[in-house]
Ligand binder design. Structure first.
Ligand code: SF4
Ligand code: SF4
Length: 97
């Protein structure tokens, strides 16, 4: 049985935020943990479902939930919450191997 995990956004809220993302990349530019090129389209696509590629998995592991990606977003989205969702997905994908 999976352990319960406290998330600050529900699945539907994360999905709504991903759909609202305009792809401006400001969140990634502000991120102190991203140390390789990553396109926002790939990150958004892999955040919510499907396979997680190696670069996205590395970024998910590197994210330490500092919140620096939130204030620069011009449409008020929460990349930190999206990343937490991705971190949980990644964790669970390993757990189920
Ligand atoms: S919360 Fe994660 S993605 Fe956002 S700026 Fe911090 S390390 Fe980067
Ligand atoms: S800053 Fe906001 S709108 Fe721009 S790519 Fe990041 S989440 Fe999407």
């Amino acid at each position: 049985m999976r352990n319960p995990v406290l998330l600050h956004k529900t699945a539907s809220q994360v999905q709504q935020e991903l759909e609202a993302c305009i792809g401006c990349n400001e969140c990634l530019l502000a991120c102190p943990a991203l140390d390789e090129a990553l396109t926002i389209d790939v990150l958004n696509r892999e955040t919510f479902g499907g396979p997680i590629s190696a670069p996205v998995a590395r970024f998910a592991r590197s994210c330490y939930q500092c919140g620096a990606c939130v204030p620069p977003c011009p449409v008020g989205l929460h990349r930190d919450a999206m990343m937490m969702w991705l971190k949980i997905r990644l964790y669970r994908s390993g757990e189920e191997d």
